[in-house]
Design a binder for this molecule. Structure first.
Ligand code: GLN
Length: 377
């Protein structure tokens, strides 16, 4: 069956349908990861977006029940060069096509994703529409043009959990799967704010020795402080951080009281809570092969990233300094509070998919909590 992708600036790509049929809209972004499409599909930070993979063959490792990063699929469309319907992977239990159908995600394949990526890189990420029901170019472009920009949209509240829960699962091991860890053996009590949290972040926190309670995006800071945690974690999530004003106000209540670690949207929210500003990037960074420098050690790490917004360093004045820098576009990749045990990164140390170079950051969070414990003792 035919499918068409139309961009708001009038560019049209014709291809074939796979996954669910219908008509969907969203901001079109490109992801440069060569593997891990299942983790990309289940990353809640893609809510409101349609993702094109720059890697050409997608579907060849199928879908398995273990590599999911959240309770569902939140992106609206999936765009690939060549969809392969015959997976070869000992863990695969279904095809990508069946998975997208089951979850109502519209897919398009057989289009020139390199031309699409170059277009987005040169003109910027923009709204688009995929349709298997309307093939009129002018009508599709008009619908794409009428969409609201990603800037200004609060999407995190829609993907967060509804009530607090305890997380006890550790990292996956070949032949063993995911272990359940006894919270009694965990040394650090962490309250993790869920703005669209990826499961592997929770597993990495558990592996680092944290007893994790996940709380909804709107959870009052007073209630979190009443749990007497050793640290506060702020998760990744979709959309623009700026409209999440109430969340920023709650985060401010932890500053000076608890060690804080933020990832991606959590990092941007922390920047805003510290009095800084965020900006929308032309096409962002989405992939698992992006170089970053840790400014405290000048070590380069290859990272997993998925963001369209970034913190503006100058707006933070002398409250926080540059913790990490993106070596491709020199954007702020992390910030460190000048005097308090507070830091955050724009990239994803939990990887999933991606290299594990940055996993040491969970250890850094634990070190900050340990130091605080000793000061309190
Ligand atoms: N992965 C994330 O947390 C993304 C953060 C934010 N939605 C952005 O696009 O910049």
């Amino acid at each position: 069956m035919k499918a068409i992708l139309a961009l708001a600036d009038g560019r049209i790509f014709e291809g074939k349908s796979f996954g669910a049929g219908g008509e969907v809209t969203g901001e079109v972004v490109f992801n440069t990861a060569m593997t891990g499409y299942q983790e990309v599909l289940t990353d809640p930070s893609y809510k409101g977006q349609m993702v094109t993979m720059t890697y050409t063959q997608i579907g060849n490792t199928g879908i398995n029940p273990e590599d999911i990063e959240s309770r569902g699929l939140f992106l609206s469309g999936f765009i690939v060069r060549e969809y392969l319907d015959f997976p070869s992977n000992f863990r695969s239990t279904m095809t990508l096509d069946a998975y997208l159908k089951e979850n109502g995600v519209v897919g398009i394949h057989g289009l020139d994703t390199r031309a699409l990526t170059r277009h987005l890189r040169d003109k910027g990420a923009q709204n688009g529409i995929i349709s298997t029901v309307d093939f009129d170019h002018a009508s599709l472009v008009a619908k794409a043009k009428a969409l609201h920009s990603m800037a200004g949209l609060d999407l995190a509240s829609g993907v967060s959990c509804d009530k607090p829960y305890h997380w006890t699962e550790g990292a996956w091991k070949l032949g063993e799967g995911y272990p359940q860890i006894d919270p009694a053996t965990m040394k650090y009590k962490v309250v993790a704010y869920d703005f669209g949290i990826k499961y592997n972040i929770l597993r990495c926190l558990v592996d680092a020795g944290c007893d994790v309670t996940v709380v909804p995006a709107t959870f009052p800071a007073e209630e979190a402080l009443a749990m007497n945690p050793d640290g506060i974690f702020l998760s990744n999530g979709p959309g623009d951080p700026e409209p999440l004003v109430a969340v920023q106000q709650e985060i401010r209540k932890f500053i000076g009281k608890k060690p804080i670690f933020g990832i991606c949207l959590g990092h941007q929210l922390l920047g805003l809570a510290l009095g800084g500003k965020t900006v929308k990037l032309p096409f962002g960074n989405h992939g698992s092969n992006l170089p970053v420098m840790d400014m405290s050690t000048r070590t380069v790490e290859i990272t997993s990233q998925n963001h369209g917004f970034a913190v503006d360093l100058e707006s933070l004045g002398d409250v926080a300094c540059l913790g990490h820098e993106n070596l491709n576009d020199q954007t702020v990749e992390g910030i460190r509070h000048c005097s308090l045990p507070i830091f955050s990164v724009q990239h994803h140390p939990e990887a999933s998919p991606g290299p594990h170079d940055s996993q040491y950051l969970f250890g850094r969070f634990v070190e900050l909590m340990e130091k605080e414990k000793q000061v309190q003792a």
